[in-house]
Design a protein around this ligand. Structure first.
Ligand code: ADP
Ligand code: ZN
Length: 285
């Protein structure tokens, strides 16, 4: 049996087909332009296979509420042509097979839980710190979905006392994403993250913000593990700084797992999302 997966990102769509044991038979990366163009290439890729189901992990916000009239749509993205795009509808129209639909980060959380850094557990949070900040979660073995999907990057945080940067989230200015995603680092310090590797104050401030996010997720979801991915987290010196800051913030209020095991990089690297999409396809009836 064959399953399809689409990890739909703002820069590229990664498409893959696997067998039921997750062996990847073929994979292709397609540039994200406008829906007609990108989806044409996506369909050209999948047309070669007889698939049981397709799992989609998409950039958002998306409508994952099955009771909604616009279920399966990408909703209000600024990306040209994709706002109000009926993503699931387009795939169903083409193939008439079950389509699983969730966020890119929910898919990554599922991938890491079943095949990566959180194998053997029932819950984890996956947070990406990149162009934006987004998080997904698996709780009791199921994707965390409700009226909508989690938007973990847009939580409010307390500002660092030495931080003069005003924040750049177009909706909330100084939410976590507005203060700590890659573009905020660049705007605050005048250089891209990878050119600031040796500047301790940069990563201490970054850890100060990310740890606040992790405190909120810890206190609201009680995950067994938190996986941190995305371009900014390639600065591995962040991991011990975040653990230390989180420990300070939590102030021993609740007991937590060993922090070295609690806060970890993705074991699947850049394949977390596509792996999760394949797993989602296999779960979708
Ligand atoms: P996206 O979020 O667009 O999917 P990434 O996760 O690669 O892509 O995030 C891109 C952001 O991460 C950019 O703001 C970039 O400056 C930053 N970034 C990428 N690599 C590094 C690195 N090695 N160190 C610090 N920041 C990085
Ligand atoms: Zn925001």
């Amino acid at each position: 049996m064959m399953y399809g997966a689409i990890e739909a990102g703002g820069t590229k769509f990664v498409c893959a087909v696997s067998d039921e044991n997750l062996n990847i038979l073929e994979r292709e990366s397609i540039k994200t332009t406008v829906p007609a163009e990108t989806m044409n290439l996506v369909f050209k890729f999948f047309d070669k296979f007889k698939l049981e189901a397709i799992g989609v992990g998409s950039f958002g916000p998306i409508d994952i509420n099955k009771k909604s009239k616009t279920y399966g749509y990408i909703t209000n993205t600024p990306k040209k042509g994709w706002a109000n795009y009926d993503f699931v509808g387009a795939i169903k129209e083409r193939y008439n097979i079950p389509v699983g639909f969730t966020t890119d980060v929910n898919a990554a959380a599922l991938g890491e839980l079943k095949k990566g850094a959180a194998v053997g557990l029932d819950s984890c949070v996956y947070l990406t710190v990149g162009t934006g900040i987004g998080g997904g979660a698996v709780v009791n073995g199921k994707l965390l979905e409700g009226y909508g999907h989690p938007e973990m990057g847009h939580i409010l945080v307390r500002k660092h006392e030495a931080d003069k940067y005003e924040g750049n989230c177009p909706f909330h200015k100084t939410c976590l994403e507005g203060l700590a995603a890659g573009p905020a680092i660049e705007a605050r310090w005048g250089k891209k993250g990878y050119d600031l590797a040796d500047k301790e104050e940069v990563w201490e401030m970054e850890a100060y913000y990310i740890a606040q996010g992790l405190m909120t997720y810890t206190l609201t979801l009680s995950p067994e593990r938190i996986v941190l991915g995305g371009g900014v987290m390639k600065q591995l010196q962040l991991f011990p700084l975040i653990r230390k800051e989180l420990e300070k913030l939590m102030a021993k209020y609740v007991s937590m797992p060993n922090l070295d095991e609690y806060i970890v990089p993705p074991a699947l690297g850049d394949n977390a999302g596509i792996t999760g999409c394949l797993l989602l396809a296999m779960e979708t009836k």
